[in-house]
Design a protein around this ligand. Structure first.
Ligand SMILES: Cc1cc2nc3c(=O)[nH]c(=O)nc-3n(C[C@H](O)[C@H](O)[C@H](O)COP(=O)(O)O)c2cc1C
Length: 214
C-alpha cells in the first residue's frame, strides 16, 4: 500500500477489539517509524509501550480517577486559546459524528475515559529541556507511526485523553523524571461492530488552505 493510500485510509478509531497485537508486528512497525526525520537527526523520541496487564492497570486507574472527577493534567498543558476559525471547525466535530454514527456522544466519552478499549497504547516522550522544534519531531514520529500502522492493517488514534493522569502512566511504565509524556497513541484492531468507528472527519479543501504564488 502506498503512503497516499495510507493517508486516505487512516482515521481515528475509538473502539478497539480486545485482540492483542503480535510483538513481531509491533517491532516491524517501530523499525519503519525510526526513519522519521528530526532536527540534525537528534531523534528525540523515547517510546514506552503499554499492553497486557500493565495496560489494564493503567485503564482501571484512569476509570477510577475519571469517576472521582480528578482534574485532567496532561504534561503538555491544555490549549488556552484557539482562533475563531479553529473553534468553528471544532464545532463541526460532534454533529458530524452524530451524522455518521447516530447518538454516540455518551459512548464517545466512555471510550475516551477507557483508553478506547485498546490492547496497546504507545506513549511518546521527550526530554523536558527540549524545545518546540523537538516537539515537531515527535509529531512527525507520531504520524509515521499511524501511517505504517495503517499499512500493516492496524487501527490507531492519537489522543490527549490517553495522557491525562501522567502519574499513573509514569509509575506503571517507569518513565524517568527528565522525560515529558507528549502523546499517547492507541493501537490495535478496530471493533468492526462499533457505530462510533463509522465516523469519517472532514477536511478543509486545498483552495481554502494553500496559497500558490507564481
Ligand atoms: C494531538 C491530538 C490529540 C487528540 N486527542 C484526542 C482525544 O483526546 N480524544 C479523541 O477522541 N480524539 C483525539 N484526537 C483525534 C482527533 O479528534 C482526530 O484526529 C480529528 O478529529 C481528525 O479525525 P481523524 O483522525 O479520524 O482523521 C486527537 C488528535 C490529535 C492529533
Amino acid at each position: 500500500m502506498e503512503v497516499t493510500q495510507s493517508l486516505f485510509n487512516r482515521r481515528s478509531i475509538r473502539e478497539f477489539d480486545s485482540k492483542p497485537v503480535n510483538r513481531q508486528e509491533l517491532e516491524k512497525l517501530f523499525e519503519a517509524v525510526a526513519r522519521t526525520p528530526s532536527w540534525a537527526n537528534s531523534q528525540p523520541w523515547e517510546v514506552f509501550v503499554a499492553q497486557g496487564e500493565t495496560l489494564e492497570r493503567i485503564r482501571r486507574s484512569f476509570q477510577l480517577k475519571h469517576a472521582d472527577n480528578a482534574s485532567l493534567s496532561p504534561e503538555i498543558p491544555l490549549p488556552k486559546k484557539w482562533t475563531d476559525e479553529a473553534k468553528q471547525r471544532q464545532r463541526h466535530l460532534q454533529p458530524d459524528m452524530v451524522r455518521d454514527c447516530g447518538d454516540v456522544i455518551d459512548r464517545f466519552k466512555i471510550l475516551n475515559r477507557s483508553l478506547f478499549n485498546a490492547p496497546v497504547v504507545v506513549y511518546i516522550c521527550l526530554d523536558r529541556i527540549l524545545s518546540e522544534w523537538s516537539l515537531f519531531d515527535i509529531g512527525a514520529y507520531s504520524q509515521s507511526l499511524m501511517l505504517v500502522a495503517t499499512q500493516l492493517g492496524l487501527a490507531s488514534i492519537p489522543a490527549m485523553m490517553l495522557t491525562v493522569f501522567p502519574e499513573v502512566i509514569r509509575q506503571e511504565l517507569h518513565i524517568p523524571d527528565n522525560l515529558k509524556i507528549a502523546i499517547g497513541i492507541a493501537i490495535g484492531y478496530a471493533d468492526e461492530s462499533s457505530a462510533i468507528n463509522r465516523f469519517v472527519s472532514s477536511r478543509r479543501t486545498v483552495d481554502e488552505t494553500v496559497r500558490f504564488f507564481d
